[in-house]
Design a protein around this ligand. Structure first.
Ligand code: ATP
Ligand code: MG
Length: 260
């Protein structure tokens, strides 16, 4: 299978920070995979997803997304950005706009620049946005303002907006962190199911190992900017995830072998 994302020996420190948020990281995601990234706070999950979204600068090493290398010194071209969808932890929705308008915004990167600037959506854009609302079970909320919605409903809007973009790679940063367990499972089922039916590749970060294993086929554990395990979800044990989140003690080799 071809690689949708490939990272070779990448190191990165955020501007003004001494600490390397990513440390000599190497990682490959194949087309169609669903991968969960676990790890304690500060492990580098958001940094990794942001890197793949082409929003970091000045890293060292090689990064390639959708068969094209990213340039650490240049912003990514608009056409390229349209193929990668990002679902933010805080949704990043336009609160005072309607649900439908927010979802149509997912089409902006696919519209000719002038039309995008004027916010003139075509009938096709509208149809794609309405289909995404149906897929996310929120067609009845189309005309509601986002600031009147619950956390779970907002998350559905954020996913619908991402699907409307028709991305080949979906990056989701803790997409269920604000939801109760039943709602979280529902949303992850929706996200991974919709991605699969569109042949999109998904990488999502999470603090919930049990859910990650249920909805991803592969789970990556990060700590201190490094990948400490990378295993099929079915092979992951409770001991391994417990060790990942332990306060001190670096990851020990035996459990690495246990999941490898
Ligand atoms: N904008 C920034 N400026 C400076 N340092 C940053 C910035 N963003 C993140 N960092 C640092 O980079 C490291 C990795 O942070 P990152 O946000 O990637 O972790 P995370 O695994 O997503 O954590 P969480 O689970 O809390 O979301 C941390 O040490 C963090 O303090
Ligand atoms: Mg984060």
């Amino acid at each position: 299978m071809s690689a949708v994302a490939q990272i070779d020996d990448v190191s990165f420190a955020h501007p003004g920070s001494e600490l390397r948020a990513l440390q000599r990281l190497s990682f490959r995601v194949a087309a169609g995979e669903t991968v969960a990234v676990l790890g304690p706070s500060g492990a580098g999950k958001t940094t990794l997803l942001t890197l793949l979204d082409g929003r970091l600068h000045g890293w060292r090493g090689l990064v390639s997304v959708l068969d094209a290398p990213l340039d650490p010194d240049q912003p990514q071209p608009r056409a390229r950005r349209a193929d990668t969808g990002f679902i933010f932890q805080e949704f990043a929705l336009v609160e005072r706009s309607t649900v439908l308008r927010n979802v149509i915004n997912g089409r902006l990167g696919r519209m000719p620049p002038l039309r995008a600037f004027l916010g003139n959506s075509s009938p096709r854009d509208l149809k794609i946005a309405r289909d995404a609302l149906i897929d996310c079970g929120i067609a009845d909320l189309a005309e509601r303002r986002v600031d009147s919605l619950s956390g779970g409903q907002r998350q559905r809007v954020a996913i619908a907006r991402c699907l409307a973009q028709e991305p080949l790679l979906i990056l989701a940063d803790e997409p269920v962190s604000n939801l109760d367990p039943a709602r979280a499972a529902e949303i992850l089922a929706l996200l991974t199911g919709a991605a699969r039916s569109r042949n999109a590749t998904v990488l999502f970060s999470s603090h919930q190992p049990e859910l990650a294993c249920r909805f991803a086929e592969r789970v990556v554990g990060m700590r201190d900017g490094r990948i400490v395990f990378d295993a099929p979800a079915a092979n992951l044990t409770n001991d391994t995830t417990a060790e990942l989140y332990r306060e001190t003690a670096p990851f020990s080799r035996p459990s690495l072998r246990a999941v490898g």
